[in-house]
Design a protein around this ligand. Structure first.
Ligand code: NDP
Length: 254
């Protein structure tokens, strides 16, 4: 059973005083999430691999009068455990705690029959979509535990809930993400102050979607901005008590 909160109307100050890290914050859904969270009062830590894109998001947040964000350049492909621990130290020093962690960065890889799947590309997709985020989460757990009300959200996909031909490493990484979400949610349940859930954005108008479905009309898709209600709900206090659950950011397409 999944839940969708597309009609959620977030109060303007929903995320006031919260520190939220968004991965892949320079483009697509991550960019919209960072801007939306900041508009609702959050101090956003923008993580991504292309600094110029992160700087544009930073400037947009400042221009809109949002809380001053921070930029954390990181490429999941080459990142080491030390990078994650250095990041955790910086967050500890600069912010003292983390109230939200949106795992959003993702790599599609190639849609191709498994027989032709390139093993190096497979590793790359697993690194960016699964292993990197897992070790980053481990490093950030102390900062999350300091929060009175922390929310970890893993981005899934419909092919992470039901396998589909040709989706290879991308689908497998999303299935594993769902599994890890459940393991971590169960482990942290007793704490009561850190919840862990997964969120499937659904078909959304971004570069990744265009790469996966080049023939599709972009106008037929919801924009990243339109799917933000569920993101806001999951990052805000109203989702407290929901742990280990699957969410959808939009109703399934007919
Ligand atoms: P985009 O391709 O538009 O954005 C992906 C983001 O991830 C970019 O900011 C990109 O950075 C970043 N990223 C990619 N590789 C790395 C890396 N090695 N290290 C750090 N950051 C990286 O995709 P979407 O916005 O569409 O996707 C966001 C999430 O939603 C993904 O997890 C995706 O799997 C999921 N999703 C999307 C759907 C859709 O229809 N759009 C449907 C289902 C799930 P840069 O801009 O620098 O390349």
């Amino acid at each position: 059973m999944t839940t969708c909160k597309i009609d959620y109307q977030a109060p303007a100050d929903l995320l006031q005083g919260r520190n939220i890290l968004v991965t892949g914050a320079g483009d697509g859904i991550g960019r919209a999430a960072a801007l939306t969270f900041a508009r609702h009062g959050a101090t956003v830590i923008l993580l991504g691999r292309t600094i110029a894109k992160l700087e544009k998001v930073y400037d947009a947040i400042e221009a809109a009068g949002g809380p001053q964000p921070a930029i954390f350049p990181l490429n999941f492909e080459g990142a080491t455990l030390k990078d994650y621990h250095d990041m955790a130290e910086t967050i500890d020093r600069e912010f003292g705690r983390l109230d939200g962690l949106l795992h959003n960065a993702g790599l599609l890889g190639r849609l191709t029959p498994f027989e032709q799947y390139n093993p190096e590309l497979w590793e790359q997709v697993m690194q960016v979509n699964l292993n990197g985020p897992i070790w980053m989460t481990q490093a950030l757990l102390p900062a999350l535990k300091y929060s009175a009300d922390a929310s970890i959200v893993f981005t899934s996909s419909s092919v992470g809930r039901r396998g589909r031909a040709y989706w290879g490493a991308y689908a497998v990484s999303k299935f594993a993400t769902e599994g890890f979400m459940e393991v971590l949610a169960d482990e942290l349940e007793h704490l009561g102050n850190v919840r862990v859930n997964s969120l499937n954005p659904g078909a959304t108008r971004t570069q990744m979607r265009k790469q996966a479905y080049p023939g599709e009309l972009p106008e037929s898709l919801r924009t990243p901005e339109e799917i933000m209600p569920t993101y806001l709900w999951l990052m805000g206090p109203e989702s407290r008590g929901h742990n280990g659950e699957q969410f959808d950011a939009q109703p399934p397409r007919s």
